[in-house]
Design a protein around this ligand. Structure first.
Ligand SMILES: CC(C)(COP(=O)(O)OP(=O)(O)OC[C@H]1O[C@@H](n2cnc3c(N)ncnc32)[C@H](O)[C@@H]1OP(=O)(O)O)[C@@H](O)C(=O)NCCC(=O)NCCS
Length: 307
């Protein structure tokens, strides 16, 4: 971004993409799909880049944050990579923020490699390069300095505000798709967060860890062994009561997309949809068996004290 507020794509884009662990073919395709040569996409990229800069270092607000919009399937490669360019445009400022707060280099690198990760998932789920068909919720938070990957988990600085003076800070815990959810490694990550956040953001005293996830659906205990990583992780949290989901299949879609890496249908899953789910693992079999009996999985929220 220039002093006049004009957005400019970084000159060292190729190096920055490598820093974000974007694979070679994705790097090549993205560099060949610059939005500053396409007036329509450029308007959108500039607007979103402005929003990213405006929100730099702000925690997740009490009323949440919306994923960036999914682009139409008919979009050109420029459209498919447009939001990745927005993230890259914010990277130099993010690196300054991390350095100023004393964030270790290993945490910074792990935090921004989400860009490479999301491109890999996009190819796997949609069979196309880019990031546009994926609802981007986490990556914008990482590139604006609200979310940090520390070991097994990433943590989002989150405000709570209930009005009338009820306010405070939480850390939202995420489980990125970077390998098994080993209990010991997960706890090391929690311990590191307890140490780091009070140093980096001393003006944001944290009350609790909170985790909204399909992983915390107690119904999974009907299918997975008690000593599975997922159920061990569940037991670390107090699960809050189930609130009515926005649609009955909200949790099914989330599990399908995030865990099974399959594109969910627009509405509920049909018998045909269920037939295309591989049946190699206990979770895949649980998914099909649960939905076949007319039930649904849910996103549940867990909470545990910060100390
Ligand atoms: C969270 C995650 C790391 C858990 O994996 P894990 O450590 O292997 O979990 P468990 O050991 O408890 O797995 C129990 C069973 O479910 C299977 N399973 C777990 N996650 C699976 C996945 N994403 N896809 C297919 N099967 C999976 C395991 O293979 C195992 O079955 P098996 O014994 O027949 O092989 C994994 O699901 C993952 O990477 N998910 C993507 C990220 C995600 O969904 N994060 C939460 C966002 S809210």
């Amino acid at each position: 971004m220039t002093a006049s507020g004009d957005v400019r794509l970084p000159e060292d884009a190729a190096e920055l993409l490598e820093y974000c662990e974007v694979g070679e073919s994705d790097r090549r395709e993205m560099l060949a799909a610059r939005p500053d040569e396409d007036p329509e996409w450029w308007v959108l990229v500039s607007a979103l880049a402005g929003e990213l800069e405006r929100d730099l270092e702000k925690p997740l607000p009490a009323d949440g944050h919306r994923a960036w919009p999914v682009v139409p399937e008919s979009s050109t490669q420029v459209g498919m990579f447009a939001w990745a360019w927005v993230l890259l445009t914010g990277l130099p400022r993010l690196l300054e923020v991390h350095a100023r707060r004393g964030v270790p280099e290993a945490v910074t690198r792990a935090t921004v490699r989400a860009l490479g990760g999301v491109m890999g998932s996009h190819r796997e789920i949609y069979g196309r390069s880019g990031v546009g068909l994926m609802p981007l919720w986490g990556p914008p938070l990482r590139f604006r300095g609200a979310d940090f990957e520390i070991g097994r988990h990433s943590f989002t600085r989150t405000e709570i505000g209930l009005g009338d003076g009820v306010s405070g800070h939480l850390l939202m815990v995420h489980v990125p798709p970077i390998g098994p959810l080993d209990a010991g490694v997960s706890e090391q990550s929690i311990t590191a967060a307890r140490q780091f956040f009070p140093q980096w953001y001393p003006d944001e005293p944290v009350t609790a860890f909170v985790c909204p996830s399909w992983l915390l659906d107690p119904q999974l205990a009907e299918y997975l062994p008690a000593d599975s990583n997922i159920l061990t992780f569940q037991r670390r949290f107090t699960i809050l009561p189930l609130l009515p989901p926005s649609t009955p299949y909200e949790g099914d879609h989330e599990l399908m997309r995030l865990a099974l890496h399959l594109a969910p249908p627009d509405g509920g899953l049909t018998a045909e949809d269920l037939k295309r789910i591989p049946q190699d693992t206990t979770l895949q079999r649980a998914f099909v068996s649960h939905l076949s009996s007319g039930r649904h999985f849910h996103l549940r929220t867990g909470i545990r004290p910060f100390r």
